[in-house]
Structures are given as structure tokens and as C-alpha cells.
Write a protein that binds this ligand. Structure first.
Ligand SMILES: *[C@@H]1O[C@H](CO)[C@@H](O)[C@H](O)[C@H]1NC(C)=O
Ligand SMILES: *[C@@H]1O[C@H](CO)[C@@H](O)[C@H](O)[C@H]1NC(C)=O
Length: 678
């Protein structure tokens, strides 16, 4: 059932029409009305909910979605014998939980010769109170279905419908009879349903443009048959990418008939896409998905009642509830037409996620996808999921803060620290083996603190290449285990004996590695940090700090204060950062010489990646020849005060950056493209 259920961008045809026909579009509607017109859908797989026995079994999903601000579930249906029973339950539950639903016909199972039957199916549910109505029409969608006779479908439905199928105008499909279109591609891709490569790289926005352009072309035709669209023109409709999906990873081997094994680049997609949505402001968006565990893009809970299509191997112990939390302020902002989620954050929360192992780990000896399998779909690959190189080895952190805070992430014994502003803010730190721990501080006191329940291992979870994400939160959320039905196929195909078909996260975190070093992630601007550590040292640093950049120029280094941070740790969750300041041996600064300092460098430049560093450093008299060229001389301009940040070159850069990073970071300019703070 899950098949290639790739998710959904919904492009409103009506918005385009209004844009194309501004004279008809302004029928008295204020922009306020327009924004309250916005709707959020979430794709819901009926194909894995055959084990639900009453409408009550849908209540929890409906309530959670409603509380988030989701307006309707798109009920994805095939032709299974249980489909009608489950639709009935879902419609009934929606009606009593202030939710709406609509049917999304899945043409993996339906065929285009069934237009009449599909119209009748629409009619069967159209009058139910749970049915989503848009512009007084029954809303209906699909997965694929190009070539369907839409007029026949409308005739069989016997009432006005708002038909927004997932047709593909790029294939030449006639779309003159639709009201809107869904674009399923919610992930950066190569144009052929796989991860992008440098030569073949299609963004989600690129894909949406194809749809938007097709709909714009259609608008003129629609004018004849469609009523005037009472909606102000919205320029964003022509560019919006309204798909919102957090992740994509699937790993079905020969143990099922629908073998497929690939990933799309996901990483911070969820955060980035939401921000794009706020900027672009489409009329509808669809979250991809609520409960498609097989492709790892579920945001609904693991304990949402469902059967196991074989996904539990990479879904067990991998809750995504934190992603659901992130969407809440963004949905609220979206509906208000706001461009930022900041004022919609009602309490402090930290959401973090990571894959359970580095991408390079070798699981060939025990993985399930090491032998040939059905590749009729072209989606099956042996070994590591296709596209694995597009995923970064990082811990991704989104802070939802009411006021600014300092975030600390302990990744494998390195404490990464950065300043997070109020609002929603994303950061990533290198993934290291161990149990990550997190703290948010304000005025030096922790406001949120906790250790993840899920270790990062240098190995293979259940013997597998598991590219799903574990999503954790602070404060810690209630445990969300897979239920028994959702684990039924866990052992199918598994080649290790060490894994049990039962949830194992528990509620007590495993011990985290005590941090031994601290790494400051600097601001990307030249603004000096506002809260350098100031606690006096209680232990000397084990390695004496270098007092000067190794390529120290003859002037201007002397007398500068070089500050090194070391970390001492008493427990796994409590960390004291102490700062050791050491004044470098005094050197003449040039001011005492006979030339009055006129020979100090006051401006300079450098090639390529050096340019920012040379601009900054040369201005303050530190202009190492080689990378930099001094272009102006005069009296020494004092550098900004020492920040206490000790910068070194990124591992990808050579030693020519040593002095520049050291000097620049210490004075508040630490470009992340060249330097890092240690
Ligand atoms: C694809 O393009 C995006 C946006 O330009 C870029 O960030 C990404 O690195 C590219 N991916 C590949 C594989 O080239
Ligand atoms: C499956 O088909 C795709 C598309 O033709 C191909 O790229 C891939 O290598 C095939 N997988 C295997 C295991 O042969």
C-alpha cells in the first residue's frame, strides 16, 4: 500500500486564476479574509490502518492534528476490502473532533478506467459532516491518475467538486478540467525520483514552478466555466513550493514484494521548508505525511494504531513527535499570513534529531538489502540506501525559544555551544558516537536540560543501514512506543538475533560521555558574542594557549589577551565552562616607535575564501603577506576587544588560515566558511 507514496505539494489553481484575472479577483475580499482562507492538510495512509475497529480509534490522531492547526487529513485509499469501513470510521471521528477529511485516490490501485466508480465513491461520502468543502465544493485529491476522464468523474459525483489531483502537466496531461493540482515531490531530487547529484539537481521549488506555470496557462480556459474567483491576487502563488516534508528514507529488501531502498536529502528540510512556506504564503499546504512509516516521513506518533508493512525495523524507537511540535507555531503563523513563527512560540522547547549511526558505517554483513529483490519500480538498490551521500553526519537542533538562550550540545564528549535567538532557530553540530545531551541556558542557569534516550553508535542498528531519524525533545515528551500491530513484521528478513520486536527506549537516558572540550559555534556576522564565559578558572588548561597566531606579524600581536576555554565536568549532565585568560608577553606595538605607527596596515584584501578574513584582519594591522595584501597604511586601528574565542581553520583549510582565524575569531569575526572555534 505504501508504495512510492511520495508527498504532496498542493498548488491552488484558483489562486493562479485570480492572479491572472485581477479584475475579477478583488470581489470585495480583504486580505484578512484571504489569509483565514488558508488550509493545512496532512497525508494519511488508510492502507496501514485496517486494524482499527471503531471511529474512536481515529480520535487520537484527529485530536492531535486539530490541536496543531491541521484542518484536514487527506485519506489515501486503495481498493482494499477494508477501505470503506475505515473511511466510515475516519469521517465519523473527524466530525466529532472538529476536523475535516477528504479522499485521495491512490492510482497505484485505482485505474484511470474507473472514473465513474471514483465519482460514485466521492458521492458516497460527500454529504458527511466530516467532508472538507472548499469554495462550497467537495474537495477531492489523488496520487497520480493522469488520463482520468474528469468530466465523467464529475457527472458520477453529481455535485460540485474541487478536484485537485496529482496529475503531471510535465507529461502533457490535459489539466483543463481540474481545480488545482498536487505536486508530490517534496524533496530535493534528481528529476528521476532519487537524490540529486551535482549534475541533476531539482529543488522542490523547481518542481512546483512546473505546476504553477501549467496552472497559470490553464487559467484563461477556466474562465469560461469557472465562477469568478473571490480572492485577491497573491503574487506568491506563482512561486510557492507548498510541500512540507521532514524526511525521506526507505529500506525495504526482498522480505517484501515492494522492495525499495533510497533516501532524499532531508537533514534540516523540515525547518527550511516551513520558513519558505511562510515567505511564500500559498493557499493550501499538505504535510507529507502523518503516518507513512515506510518512507520515514511520519510526523504522527508511533503509537497511532497501524499495521506493519515491514517498516518497524527502522521505525522502532524512532519517534518523530518533536517534528510535530515544530510545525505548530509555523502553522499558526502561516494561517495569519505572518512571515515568522517567533510570536507563535508559547513555551521554550528544544527539538533535535539525528540518524542512529554515521553514514559510513559498514553494515554489509548483516543488512537486509544485500541480495537482489523485485526492482520493477526501479527503486531497489543493494546495500546502503541510494543517495546516502546526501545526508550529513550531524545532530540537527531546532530551538523554539520565547527569549534568547545559550544552547549546549554534548556530542560524543565535545560540548558545542551557541547563542540561539528568540523564535525558531536551527543549528547543526557534528555527529559523534555517544549519547547526545542538551542544555539551554539563560543568564547562566539551565532552563532546559536533558540527555537523549537514543545513543549514536558506531555500528548497525538491528544489523541495518538505518537512515531514519530519531527525534527528541526538551522538555522530554511522554514515551511514544510502537504498538504490537506496528511491530508484527519486525523480524521478517532481519539477519541479526540481537534485536527484539519491542520498544526499548524507556524513559531513563543511557549515560552520556562527559564533555572534555568545548567548541563555540560563532555568529555568522562580525558581531562580537554577547556572553563570553567569565567564570574564573579552577584548573589550569592542560595545554598552554598559544599566545600569538603562528604567523604572527611583527607588530600588533603583543599585549593581546588570548583566551582559551576549557571544560571541566562533574556529571554527565552538568558542565562548567571555565575560561582561562593569559596575557601574552608584551611586545612593542609600534606606537612607541619613531614613525608614529603610520606604517601599520589599515586595509587589505585577499583572494577567494581569504577575502573576508583579510579585510577584517588587515584593517586592524594584522595583514599576513601570502594570503593577504595590505592596501592601506596609517595609524594602527585598535581591534575590537578580545572575545575569548580561540579560532582555528576548518579541517578542510590549510595552515595559511591559522593566524587569520586565531586573530579574527578572537576579535569577534569568525567566518564559518573558514574557521571554527575550539
Ligand atoms: C543541489 O542544489 C542545492 C541548491 O542550489 C544545493 O544546496 C545542493 O548542494 C545541490 N546538491 C547537489 C548534490 O549538488
Ligand atoms: C533497480 O533499477 C534502477 C533503475 O533502473 C537501477 O538504477 C538500479 O541499479 C536497480 N537496482 C539493482 C539492485 O539492480
Amino acid at each position: 500500500m505504501i508504495m512510492t507514496k511520495i508527498l504532496v505539494a498542493l498548488v491552488s489553481c484558483l489562486g493562479i486564476l485570480a492572479h491572472a484575472l485581477p479584475g475579477m479577483a478583488d470581489g470585495g475580499h480583504s486580505s484578512k479574509l484571504e489569509v483565514t482562507n488558508r488550509l493545512v492538510f496532512a497525508h494519511f495512509m488508510i492502507g496501514i490502518t485496517s486494524d482499527r475497529h471503531s471511529a474512536a480509534d481515529y480520535d487520537d490522531d484527529m485530536k492531535r492534528a486539530n490541536a496543531l492547526g491541521i484542518d484536514a487529513f487527506a485519506l489515501n485509499i486503495g481498493v482494499d476490502p477494508y477501505t470503506d469501513q475505515q473511511l466510515q470510521f475516519a469521517y465519523d471521528s473527524a466530525a466529532r473532533n472538529s476536523m475535516k477529511v477528504f479522499i485521495s485516490f491512490d492510482f497505484n490501485w485505482w485505474n484511470t478506467g474507473q472514473a465513474w466508480a471514483i465519482g460514485q465513491k466521492i458521492a458516497q461520502y460527500a454529504d458527511k459532516p466530516g467532508q472538507l468543502m472548499v469554495d462550497n465544493k467537495v474537495f477531492v485529491s489523488s496520487f497520480a491518475g493522469d488520463g482520468l476522464n474528469v468530466e465523467s468523474l464529475r457527472a458520477a459525483a453529481g455535485r460540485p467538486i474541487f478536484f485537485a489531483p496529482n496529475f503531471h502537466p510535465s507529461d502533457g496531461t490535459d489539466i483543463s478540467s481540474v481545480d488545482g493540482l498536487l505536486n508530490w515531490m517534496a524533496w530535493p531530487n534528481n528529476g528521476q525520483n532519487k537524490a540529486p547529484t551535482p549534475g541533476q539537481n531539482v529543488t522542490v521549488a523547481d518542481g512546483d514552478k512546473v505546476y504553477v506555470n501549467a496552472l497559470a496557462g490553464k487559467a484563461y480556459i477556466a474562465r469560461e466555466s469557472a465562477p469568478p474567483i473571490l480572492r485577491p491576487p497573491d503574487v506568491s502563488d506563482t512561486t510557492t513550493p507548498p510541500a512540507v516534508s521532514p524526511w525521506f528514507s526507505t529500506h525495504f529488501g526482498p522480505e517484501v514484494s515492494y522492495s525499495k531502498n533510497w533516501v532524499f536529502p532531508s537533514d534540516l528540510l523540515w525547518y527550511d521548508r516551513w520558513n519558505e512556506i511562510l515567505q511564500l504564503g500559498p493557499r493550501f499546504i499538505e504535510i507529507v505525511t502523518w503516518n507513512d512509516y515506510g518512507e520515514s516521513h511520519y510526523i504522527g506518533p508511533l503509537n497511532s494504531i497501524h499495521t506493519d508493512d515491514g517498516a518497524s525495523k527502522w521505525v522502532n524507537d524512532m519517534p518523530h513527535d518533536g517534528w510535530l511540535d515544530i510545525s505548530k507555531p509555523f502553522i499558526a503563523a502561516f494561517k495569519d499570513g505572518a512571515k515568522s513563527a517567533t510570536s507563535y512560540i508559547k513555551s521554550d522547547e528544544l527539538v533535535y534529531w539525528y540518524r542512529p549511526a554515521p553514514r559510513g558505517v559498514d553494515c554489509d554483513a548483516t543488512d537486509t538489502c544485500m541480495v537482489p529483490a523485485n526492482n520493477g519500480s526501479g527503486n531497489y538498490f543493494i546495500g546502503r540506501p541510494d543517495g546516502w551521500q546526501s545526508m550529513q553526519d550531524a545532530i540537527f537542533v531546532v530551538s523554539l525559544l520565547q527569549s534568547p538562550g545559550t544552547v549546549q550540545v554534548n556530542s560524543g564528549g565535545t560540548l558545542y555551544q551557541y547563542e540561539a535567538p528568540a523564535g525558531a532557530f536551527a543549528q547543526q553540530v557534528p555527529m559523534q558516537v555517544g549519547v547526545p545531551a542538551f542544555t539551554v541556558l539563560r543568564n547562566g542557569s539551565p532552563v532546559l536540560s536533558g540527555t537523549s534516550l537514543k545513543p549514536i553508535i558506531n555500528g548497525c542498528v538491528c544489523g541495518l543501514y538505518n537512515f531514519n531519524a530519531y527525534v527528541g525533545t526538551l522538555p522530554l515528551e511522554l514515551s511514544d512506543p510502537l504498538l504490537q500491530d506496528g511491530l508484527a513484521a519486525f523480524n521478517q528478513g532481519l539477519r541479526v538475533q540481537t534485536c527484539q520486536p519491542s520498544p526499548s527506549l524507556g524513559t531513563v537516558p543511557p549515560p552520556s560521555t562527559a564533555p572534555t572540550t568545548t567548541s563555540f559555534i560563532g555568529p555568522t556576522t562580525s558581531t562580537p558574542p554577547t556572553t563570553p564565559p567569565t567564570t574564573p578558572p579552577d584548573t589550569p588548561p592542560s595545554t598552554p594557549p598559544t599566545s600569538c597566531p603562528t604567523t604572527c606579524p611583527t607588530t600588533n600581536c603583543g599585549g593581546s589577551t588570548v583566551t582559551v576555554s576549557v571544560t571541566t565536568t562533574s556529571t554527565t549532565t552538568q558542565t562548567d565552562i571555565v575560561t582561562v585568560s593569559q596575557t601574552a608577553p608584551s611586545e612593542p606595538t609600534g606606537g612607541g616607535g619613531g614613525d608614529g605607527g603610520r606604517n601599520d596596515c589599515t586595509a587589505g584584501t585577499g583572494p577567494g575564501n581569504y577575502v573576508g578574513l583579510c579585510n577584517f584582519c588587515c584593517k586592524f594591522g594584522y595583514c599576513p603577506p601570502g594570503p593577504c595584501t595590505c592596501t592601506g597604511y596609517g595609524s594602527l586601528v585598535p581591534a575590537p576587544p578580545s572575545t575569548g574565542w580561540h579560532g582555528i581553520p576548518l579541517s578542510s583549510e590549510d595552515n595559511s588560515y591559522l593566524g587569520l582565524c586565531s586573530f579574527a575569531c578572537d576579535h569577534g569575526y569568525c567566518p564559518p566558511t573558514a574557521c571554527m572555534i575550539v
